[in-house]
Design a protein around this ligand. Structure first.
Ligand code: EPZ
Length: 420
């Protein structure tokens, strides 16, 4: 197992190129299950979660060529419709194949994802929606067994809660369903928007893209032709590097970003006293005179993203005063608190609210990564901690950050990837 040794504190400077969004690429790759042609997708991030999904598709009989962040996927000759436990257990997002497989073949089996470090994360809303579209769902031996022998039918889906992969799954199911599907309380995340846009330009009429009500006109089983496209930039990776600039109070620029996708994050950084300048597809953060304490509440897009909560918690250790951070999406997404405390952070946790007192000098120590974004918070803290911080279990980082260590190096960070 590898770990990351970070020597701090180090000021950063320069530019970093942001990769394609993992959470956009995952549903877009699952979407290739709806295509009759070989689909070319560019700006695919080279991260483990993408490789896991490709392995799943390969097990189903798909073929692909992955080269220089571009992929060509051919799902014409699938010979299996079962997503097995060995893969799904390593990545919950595997559930994204449920909607497309069911709508294309009228049956499939997908292992239930089970629990997760950040919360229980049920998939009840995905299943209920598919039942409303005519599927019969049973849980057998840890698998979701879904059947719709005559194909799925359009329906009116009202999500009790906003769910990102739930919306993506049902949009893909609806794409090949018979008739019109209305999704009310749909997720509006840019990753869902891109999925809808690509489907829309592939012959599936989708109304209300970017709003909380989507109307999808299905093809009644006919596969679609998908033209080549690029994955949108990763707003969470970009936000993480902006936080690297912020926590070290340095000036850095993130290139290849969509500033409009980062408004909640850049707005919070400005409130903390940092300068943010957007120039086309680049954003520059400049130092704050005093880093101010703020209040943060995680919400669905366009609110403040839960995937940036851990990074801002690390940043709040350098703010002057008490920062309050409320996590509203996941019940257990504060595993990084105990690890940041090992570095000297002053954090009080009360249910869903963490209160961080700052500014605090952090000191290097051994810390353990627990999930993807928690890991990046530990790396950010390591950049300013005095001495050496060893971040263990960085396989979590490899799941979602392309070349993190090399990118930090180009900004001037001193770190080494080592074997335990
Ligand atoms: C997506 O997860 C992202 N993953 C997560 O990113 C992100 O944190 C999350 O959305 C919220 O933005 C991918 O896109 C692959 P949800 P997802 O369904 O879709 C509850 C990262 O670090 N819920 O929107 O699984 C659920 O428990 C990852 O990149 C139900 O109750 O999240 C949660 O409380 C981590 N029943 C809330 O809804 C359901 O059937 C939102 O979850 C589905 C969800």
């Amino acid at each position: 197992m590898d770990y990351l040794k970070i020597l701090g504190p180090t000021p950063l400077k320069g530019n970093v190129k942001i990769s394609g969004a993992k959470n956009a690429a995952l549903p877009l790759i699952a979407m290739t299950l709806l295509a009759k042609n070989r689909v070319c997708i560019s700006n695919i991030p080279s991260v483990v979660d993408i490789k896991t999904l490709l392995k799943l598709l390969h097990n189903l009989g798909a073929t692909y060529i992955l080269q220089n962040n571009c992929i060509e996927v051919d799902t014409c000759c699938l010979n299996d419709t079962k997503a097995t436990y060995d893969i799904v257990k390593t990545m919950r997002a595997s559930i994204l194949v449920l909607g497309p497989l069911l709508s294309r073949f009228g049956h499939c089996e997908v292992s239930l994802p089970g629990g997760c470090a950040i919360g229980q994360r049920p998939i009840d809303l995905h299943l209920k929606a598919l039942e409303q579209m005519g599927a019969t769902i049973t849980i057998e031996g840890g698998y979701v067994k879904a059947e719709a022998p005559g194909g799925l039918k359009g329906g009116h889906i009202l999500f009790d809660k906003i769910t990102v992969t739930g919306t993506a799954n049902i949009v893909m199911a609806a794409a090949l369903a018979k008739g019109r599907t209305i999704i009310t309380n749909a997720a509006r995340e840019p990753e869902v928007v891109q999925l809808c846009e690509v489907l829309n330009s592939s012959g599936i009429t989708i109304e209300g893209i970017g709003s909380s009500e989507l109307v999808i006109h299905g093809t009644a089983g006919e596969l679609i032709e998908i033209e080549p496209f690029d994955v949108i930039p990763d707003r969470i990776e970009a936000g993480t590097y902006l936080c690297a600039g912020a926590i070290t109070n340095s000036s850095i620029t993130v290139d290849n970003v969509r500033p409009d996708h980062l408004e909640a994050v850049s707005g919070k950084l400005e409130e903390m006293g940092f300068g943010i300048v957007s120039n086309g597809s680049s954003m520059t953060i400049t130092p704050a005179k005093t880093i101010k304490a703020v209040n943060i509440v995680t919400q669905e897009y366009p609110g403040f993203p839960t995937d940036m909560q851990a990074q801002f918690l690390a940043l709040a250790t350098q703010a002057d005063g008490a920062t309050s951070i409320e996590e509203r999406l996941f019940e257990n997404r504060f595993m990084h608190v105990g690890e940041l405390q090992r570095l000297g952070a002053e954090i009080k946790l009360n249910g869903h609210v963490a209160t961080v007192k700052g500014p605090t000098t952090l000191f290097g120590a051994d810390v353990m990564a627990t999930d993807l974004r928690a890991s990046s918070a530990l790396v950010l803290a390591g950049l300013i901690a005095e001495g050496e911080t060893d971040v263990h279990r960085i396989y979590h980082l490899d799941r979602g950050y392309e070349n993190l260590q090399e990118k930090l190096k180009t900004l001037g960070a001193r770190s080494q990837r080592l074997k335990e």
